[in-house]
Design a binder for this molecule. Structure first.
Ligand code: ATP
Ligand code: MN
Length: 482
């Protein structure tokens, strides 16, 4: 076969250089036709659209044509032609075809038909080859890129925080242990407990649940930083919004108060959605159709807003900002509360909001993203800035329709005395956290930050309903395959 430099299908589809000789490589989605002419739909991951290859079968070896089955990989030399068929503008008239990789058709589980998302989760190693997962992979890449460009444009530094940590100040009991000890035969102390001083790091270590504490150290010197890394939670919550391994973006900013923090969170999320609208339209159109198809059977009231319209709506409207206390008032007055329809009953100030409450506020009451602030101190983390009322902290959660909490953040307590007092009240290991407390002794300043769950954002942008479908290889209870 003549050696011609490969062109990606996305570029071919955008080209109008008719009669040019090109090479394309990719995986066959379908082959159909008759004994004179065959049409091959080829995809190489660069576009939601397939490229049509037209082969005059009388010009090719019959055995070769037979090997061009769904799932096989081929390389094609041919001429770029204006397409007569509907649904595409260009096609390739093949002159040479090579089968690079045969596909065992008896075993190949993907057929040119619609497969359920549940089935595709079982063959997650192959689901990149479907339209849906191809689109999600491209949108995910675009969102990763947009995160870095947003912060880079604003002069924030990307900081790598550790994945293995020794601090267990946050989310105790929800951490994965990291050890090299033989768990069947671990060294014991005289009291009979596991002796972690004999472990690899000389102490007990875990996979990180957040890069925030280390992020704060960087912010209190570099002013504005962000982390974007893997995060691990051993919470046994089998929901459509929780993963055991997910990616989190955590900006941390010196000299920001809670209002500045909210402004940044709103600007950031709008930037990301707008970036998707400007750069991923073909994939969004596909995902929008997929969603409409999926919701066909539902009552009109239960159907979600059309995907692209929904993204535009969020970009174009101000988020509602209100305090936790105001939200509780609204919820206590709400129909579902009065009729006992909430699964978790609200008891007034101090009740933790569950996703059903958050979604009521966002989807039924305000019909817009909502930022809730000033939560009760008792239900929030130790590092949040205490308010003068003595019972609330300067926390903020951003709630999105369909998702519930997408961002959790706060202004941080910058006073050494207040922070220490809170840590003691919560029985946190003061000694082990001395490095964190140090920042409050050496030039402490007001500062704020938040965490955006990247897969929650992906759920919103793609309109997918299950978080297992917006990360290539999901990790959830009882599931660490592939
Ligand atoms: P939730 O109440 O929804 O479990 P959280 O209060 O535990 O969230 P934070 O600890 O504030 O969440 O984490 C910050 C962000 O990380 C959340 O707003 C969310 O977007 C995301 N997040 C938290 N836990 C998970 C998880 N298990 N899987 C995926 N994303 C998560
Ligand atoms: Mn959680």
């Amino acid at each position: 076969m003549e050696q011609i430099k490969r062109t990606k299908i996305k570029d071919i589809l955008a080209s109008a250089e008719y009669e040019k000789t090109v090479n394309v490589k990719g995986w066959v989605r379908t082959r159909r036709g008759n004994k004179f002419v065959n049409f091959i739909a080829l995809n190489d991951g660069s576009s939601i659209h397939n490229l049509q290859i037209v082969a005059d079968v009388t010009q090719f070896d019959e055995e070769l044509i037979k090997r061009i089955t769904t799932g096989s990989a081929i390389s094609v030399n041919g001429t770029l032609k204006e397409s007569a068929g509907k649904g595409q503008s260009v096609e390739i008239q093949a002159t040479e075809i090579e089968v690079v990789g045969d596909c065992n058709a008896d075993e190949y589980p993907l057929q040119p038909k619609k497969h359920s998302l549940e089935f595709l989760r079982e063959i997650a190693h192959l689901r990149f080859r479907t339209n849906t997962f191809g689109a999600i992979a491209r949108v995910r890449h675009a969102m990763i890129f947009a995160v870095h460009s947003f912060f880079s444009e604003k002069g924030f530094l990307n900081i790598h925080t550790p994945i293995i940590t020794a601090s267990d100040a946050e989310g105790a009991g929800e951490m994965f242990k990291v050890t090299t000890m033989d768990i069947n035969n671990a060294p014991k102390t005289e009291e009979g407990d596991v002796d972690y001083s004999k472990d690899f790091f000389g102490k007990a270590t875990n996979l990180t649940v957040s890069g925030q504490l280390e992020g704060e150290l960087a912010a209190l010197a570099m002013s504005e930083i962000y982390t974007f890394g893997p995060t691990f939670r051993a919470e046994n919550s089998n929901t459509t919004r929780h993963l055991a391994e997910f990616w989190m973006i955590e900006p941390e900013m010196a000299f920001y108060d809670l209002d500045d923090n909210m402004d940044l969170a709103e600007e950031f999320t709008k930037y990301l959605l707008n970036y998707a609208l400007e750069n991923c339209m073909e994939d969004l159109e596909f995902l929008s159709k997929r969603l409409q198809e999926e919701e066909k059977g539902k009552k009109a009231a239960d159907q979600s807003m059309e995907l692209i319209e929904k993204l535009r709506f969020v970009v174009d409207n101000d988020y509602i900002r209100l305090t936790y206390t105001e939200a509780i008032d609204i919820l206590m007055q709400s129909k579902p509360h009065k009729k006992g329809k909430f699964q978790y009953e609200l008891k007034g100030f101090g009740s933790d909001l569950q996703s059903e409450h958050e979604r009521y506020l966002v989807e039924k009451h305000f019909k817009k993203p909502v930022i809730l602030t000033d939560y009760p101190m008792s239900i929030k983390a130790f590092y949040m800035k205490q308010s003068d009322d003595g019972k609330t902290v300067k926390a903020m959660d951003v709630l999105f329709p369909q998702i519930g909490e997408i961002i959790g953040g706060s202004q941080r307590e910058e006073s050494y005395d207040k922070l220490l007092e809170r840590m003691r009240a919560m029985d946190l290991p003061e000694e082990e956290m001395s490095w964190y407390l140090d920042t409050r002794k050496f030039g402490s300043v007001p500062h704020s930050g938040f965490g955006l769950g990247f897969e929650r954002l992906m759920l919103f942008v793609t309109g997918m309903g299950n978080i297992r479908d917006v990360i290539p290889f999901p990790r959830t209870p009882n599931n660490a395959e592939f």
